[in-house]
Design a protein around this ligand. Structure first.
Ligand SMILES: Nc1nc2c(ncn2[C@@H]2O[C@H](COP(=O)(O)OP(=O)(O)OP(=O)(O)O)[C@@H](O)[C@H]2O)c(=O)[nH]1
Ligand SMILES: [Mg+2]
Length: 448
C-alpha cells in the first residue's frame, strides 16, 4: 500500500476518533461519528462526573519535530516530503524560529498568535520569552506521502559561538519534545554535527522520557566523497553521541540524502525511504495509541457513572437513616418542651392558690392537683426549668444537624447519566469497529 493510501486510512481513523470525542455518534447508531450528538468530552465535562481534567481529546494528526545542527537539511527535507517549498532553505542560518507545517484547505502562513490558536496544545509554548514573533505555521494543500496526517515542526539550526537566539532555544525544543510523537535528529557530515549545542541538547532529551521517540540520521550523505569518508564521519558522530544517549548499544545512524535532479551517480547508500517509513510507523503507533486512549476513556466514563450512582444510592440510604434519627430527636425536643410547659403550669397553679389570689381559682380540681405537685416541684423549680429548656434546645439543635441531607440526583439527572452510559458504550463499540477496520487495512498492506 502506498504511503498516501496509508495516510488516507489513518487520517480517517484519527478524524473519527476526534469526532467521537467532540460530537459522539449519529442518531442512527451505525457507529459513524457525526456532528450534533453528545461527545465523550461534553460527558466528561458534565459537573456530575467532573472528568474534564482527566479526559482530553487526542490530536487529529501526529507530529514530527526535526532538530539538528545548522544547515543539516531539516527544512529541505520537509519541503521534499511535502513536495512544496514551504520552508526557506539555504546555506545561511535560514530557520531562526519554529515553523509548523500542516496540511489544510488553502495555502497560507500564520503568525505566532494564530499558530497558538490553531494548535490548542501550544498555549503554554508561547510563554517562552521572545518566542511568539519567531513562531509561524505554513499551511499547505499538499497531500504528498503521509502529509495529510502529519504535522512537521521545523526547528532553528543549532550552532555554537556567538549566535544569539531570540528565545531560549534548548528549553523550547525540550518543551516541544514532550508534545510531539517523533523527533528526527539530522546531523550532516560537513557541518557542525557534533557542536556543543547539539550534543548538549541530545543529552538533555535523553534524560527525559523521549528516548523511544528519537531517531538519528546522517543527512546530506551525498556530500561525502567516498564510502570510507562516510564510515569515518559515522564513527566520529557515533563516538561523540555515545556517552550522551541512553540505549547507545542500539544506536543506529542511517545515512540519507535528498534525491538529485541531475544524473550524477552516487554510491553512498541512501536511507531516505527509512526516514519516511519511520514517519509511517509512528502514524500507525499514533492511531493505535489514540484508539487505546478512546477505549480507556470510554471505560473511565462508564466506571465514573457507576461510582456516581453508587454514591447516590449510599446518600439516599444515609438520608433515610438521618430522617429517622431526625424524627426521633424532634419528638424528644417536643417532650422536653412539654415538660417545660408542665413546670410552668404547675408554677402558675401555685400562684393562683396564694392566699388572697383573685377569683378563688384554687377551688378548681385541676388547679388543686397541680398545686399538690407544686409541693415537690417548688424546691427545685429553677434547676428543673433550666434543665428542660437546655434539653429542648440541645435536642432541637441535634435534630437540625442530623436532619441535614446529602445531595442526591434528581430523576432527570439519573436519566441523563443513563443516557451518558449508553453513549459511552456506543462509542466503545464504534471504537472496536474502527480498530478492526484499521487492522484489516494494515493486514492487507502487509500481504502486498
Ligand atoms: N547535497 C545536499 N545538499 C542538501 C541536502 N539537503 C539540503 N541540502 C542543502 O543544504 C543547505 C541547507 O539546507 P536547509 O534545508 O536550509 O538546512 P536547515 O537544517 O534547515 O538549516 P537551518 O535552518 O539554517 O538550520 C541548502 O543549500 C540545501 O540545498 C542533501 O540531501 N544533499
Ligand atoms: Mg531550516
Amino acid at each position: 500500500m502506498a504511503s498516501e493510501q496509508l495516510a488516507d486510512a489513518s487520517q480517517k481513523v484519527l478524524k473519527q476518533i476526534t469526532s467521537l470525542y467532540e460530537s459522539g455518534l449519529n442518531a442512527g447508531g451505525d457507529g459513524k461519528a457525526a456532528a450534533g450528538g453528545i461527545g465523550l468530552l461534553s460527558i466528561a465535562n458534565h459537573p456530575a462526573l467532573g472528568l474534564g481534567k482527566e479526559i482530553r481529546k487526542p490530536r487529529k494528526k501526529m507530529s514530527v519535530m526535526i532538530i539538528g545542527n545548522h544547515s543539516a537539511g531539516k527544512s529541505s527535507f520537509i519541503n521534499w516530503y511535502i513536495g512544496e517549498r514551504v520552508c526557506k532553505t539555504g546555506v545561511a542560518i535560514e530557520t531562526r524560529g519554529f515553523i509548523f507545517c500542516t496540511s489544510g484547505r488553502r495555502r497560507e502562513t500564520l503568525t505566532g498568535d494564530a499558530t497558538v490558536r490553531y494548535f490548542d496544545h501550544l498555549a503554554d509554548f508561547a510563554a517562552f520569552e521572545g518566542l511568539l514573533p519567531n513562531l509561524f505555521t505554513e499551511v499547505s494543500t499538499s497531500l504528498e506521502r503521509s502529509f495529510a496526517c502529519v504535522d512537521f515542526v521545523d526547528s532553528p539550526g543549532l550552532v555554537d559561538g556567538d549566535m544569539k537566539y531570540p528565545f531560549p532555544v534548548e528549553d523550547s525544543i525540550c518543551w516541544l519534545a514532550d508534545h510531539v510523537d517523533l523527533i528526527l535528529v539530522f546531523l550532516d557530515p560537513i557541518g557542525q554535527a557534533t557542536c556543543r549545542r547539539v550534543l548538549g541538547l541530545v543529552e538533555r532529551l535523553n534524560q527525559g522520557s523521549h528516548v523511544e521517540k528519537i531517531h538519528y540520521f546522517m543527512s546530506k550523505a551525498d556530500e561525502v566523497e567516498s564510502e570510507s569518508d562516510r564510515q569515518r564521519v559515522l564513527i566520529q558522530i557515533t563516538q561523540n553521541l555515545a556517552t550522551r544517549i541512553r540505549n547507545s548499544h542500539a544506536f543506529n545512524l542511517p545515512t540519507f540524502y535528498l534525491p538529485h535532479d541531475d544524473d550524477l551517480p552516487c554510491t553512498i547508500p541512501n536511507a531516505i525511504e527509512d526516514v519516511c517509513k519511520t514517519i509511517d510507523k509512528t502514524i500507525d503507533q499514533t492511531v493505535q495509541k489514540n484508539l487505546r486512549q478512546l477505549r480507556a476513556d470510554c471505560d473511565r466514563v462508564i466506571s465514573r457513572i457507576s461510582e456516581v450512582e453508587v454514591t447516590d444510592a449510599a446518600n439516599r440510604e444515609a438520608n433515610t437513616a438521618r430522617t429517622l434519627r431526625g424524627l426521633g430527636l424532634s419528638v424528644a425536643t417536643l417532650g422536653a418542651l412539654a415538660a417545660l410547659a408542665t413546670l410552668l403550669a404547675i408554677r402558675a397553679a401555685g400562684a393562683l392558690c396564694e392566699p388572697g389570689a383573685p377569683g378563688g381559682a384554687c377551688a378548681s380540681d385541676a388547679a388543686q392537683r397541680l398545686l399538690l405537685r407544686d409541693a415537690w416541684v417548688e424546691p427545685a423549680f429553677a434547676p428543673l426549668v433550666a434543665a428542660a429548656l437546655a434539653a429542648a434546645l440541645l435536642l432541637a439543635a441535634a435534630a437540625k444537624v442530623v436532619w441535614r441531607h446529602a445531595p442526591v440526583l434528581s430523576k432527570r439527572e439519573q436519566r441523563r447519566l443513563e443516557e451518558f452510559r449508553e453513549v459511552a458504550r456506543a462509542v466503545a463499540r464504534a471504537n472496536e469497529a474502527l480498530y478492526e477496520a484499521y487492522f484489516s487495512t494494515i493486514a492487507s498492506r502487509e500481504e502486498r
